[in-house]
Design a protein around this ligand. Structure first.
Ligand SMILES: [Zn+2]
Length: 83
């Protein structure tokens, strides 16, 4: 088992088909975006959460990102499918 909290980013909103942008954490290109639209690898987001368990994320390198902690997709409501 892994101690790091893994994020659930299954939603298509996390994949930007427009192309790669530099990850705000490691600087390498990534097509992934956080909920705030910030380019970041999922593993980098998980790593950041792990290293900053209580921090609110409002800036990075002096730039105000307007973001909070990385978080998982909300549980999907099953409106369309009745079981
Ligand atoms: Zn990264």
């Amino acid at each position: 088992m892994i101690a790091v909290g893994l994020l659930n980013w299954n939603s298509g909103q996390h994949y930007d088909h427009g192309g790669d942008c530099p990850c705000t954490q490691c600087g390498k290109p990534t097509p992934l975006r956080s909920h705030a639209g910030e380019p970041v690898h999922k593993v980098c987001a998980e790593d950041w959460n792990d290293r900053n368990p209580n921090a609110a994320r409002h800036e990075h390198d002096g730039r105000d990102l307007g973001t909070q902690r990385f978080h998982s997709d909300p549980p999907r409501k099953s409106r369309r499918r009745n079981r």
